[in-house]
Write a protein of this length. Structure first.
Length: 219
C-alpha cells in the first residue's frame, strides 16, 4: 500500500475527537498509538500529563519532513501486521487505533496484538469511518461512481468497509467488551444540518448522517 504520495496534512492530525471517549482522571499513563502519523495525539497526551510514556507505531516514515515528528518516548516504523513487541505484553493503559482498522488486511490479527499489549484494566479507543453514510448511497447508487479519493470514506488505502454494527461485531469477536459508542455527530460542537436533522428525528437516521464512529472498549 502506497502512503508516500499522501500529503503531509494527511498525517498532521491531533485526534481530539477520539479522545472525547477518554474520561481518564489518572496521569502518567502508558499509551500506545497504532497509526500515530506524526505523533500529534500522543504529544497532546504527554503535554496534558495523561501520558507518562508515549509509544507510536506507523507504517510510513516521512523521511522528507522529519521535523514534523513530535518528540515521543519511542517511534516505531513498520507494518503492525508483520511486527510484534513481546516487551509490551500487558503493558499499556491506553491503546489508540484512530482510523486504522479499515486499512488492514487482517484486522483481527492486529486487534489480538492490541489485546495482548493492553493491561487487564486498560482501555482501547477506536475510530472508524461509517460506510453507511448517505454520501455512499449518493455516490454509488445515484451517481453510479465508485471511485477512490485521497482521504475520507473512499480513501484509496482502505482495504475494508464497516457499518456501525460491523464495527461492534469486530471488536466483540476479537474479545473486547464495548463500553461506549459515539457518533461523529454527537461530539461535533458546532451547528450542522446533519446534527439538526439527527436531533429532530430522535437519532433515527444517525447511521446515515454520521461519517464516523468512536468506540471505547476493554478486555
Amino acid at each position: 500500500m502506497n502512503y508516500i504520495d499522501k500529503a503531509s496534512e494527511y498525517y498532521s492530525n491531533n485526534r481530539l475527537d477520539l479522545l472525547t471517549c477518554l474520561d481518564e482522571k489518572r496521569t502518567g499513563l502508558k499509551v500506545l498509538e497504532i497509526g500515530a502519523a506524526y505523533g500529534d495525539t500522543l504529544y497532546h497526551l504527554k503535554q496534558t500529563g495523561i501520558a507518562g510514556e508515549a509509544v507510536g507505531v506507523d507504517i510510513f516514515e516521512d523521511l522528507k519532513n522529519p521535523a514534523n515528528y513530535k518528540p515521543l518516548d519511542r517511534f516505531i516504523f513498520g507494518n503492525i501486521e508483520n511486527m510484534d513487541f513481546p516487551e509490551y505484553d500487558d503493558y499499556f493503559d491506553i491503546i489508540l487505533l484512530p482510523d486504522v482498522i479499515e486499512h488492514l488486511v487482517e484486522p483481527k490479527l492486529v486487534l489480538a496484538k492490541a489485546k495482548k499489549y493492553l493491561k487487564q484494566d486498560g482501555t482501547l479507543l477506536v475510530s472508524m469511518p461509517n460506510v453507511r453514510h448517505y454520501s455512499t448511497f449518493i455516490r454509488i447508487f445515484i451517481k453510479g461512481d465508485f471511485k477512490y479519493d485521497e482521504s475520507g470514506l473512499f480513501d484509496y488505502t482502505h482495504m475494508r468497509f464497516y457499518c456501525k454494527y460491523n464495527m461492534k461485531q469486530l471488536l466483540q469477536n476479537s474479545g473486547f467488551k464495548i463500553t461506549e459508542v459515539k457518533s461523529a455527530i454527537s461530539i461535533y460542537k458546532g451547528k450542522s444540518a446533519a446534527k439538526i436533522l439527527n436531533k429532530i428525528t430522535f437519532g433515527l437516521f444517525e447511521e446515515f448522517l454520521s461519517v464516523q464512529y468512536f468506540l471505547k472498549a476493554n478486555k
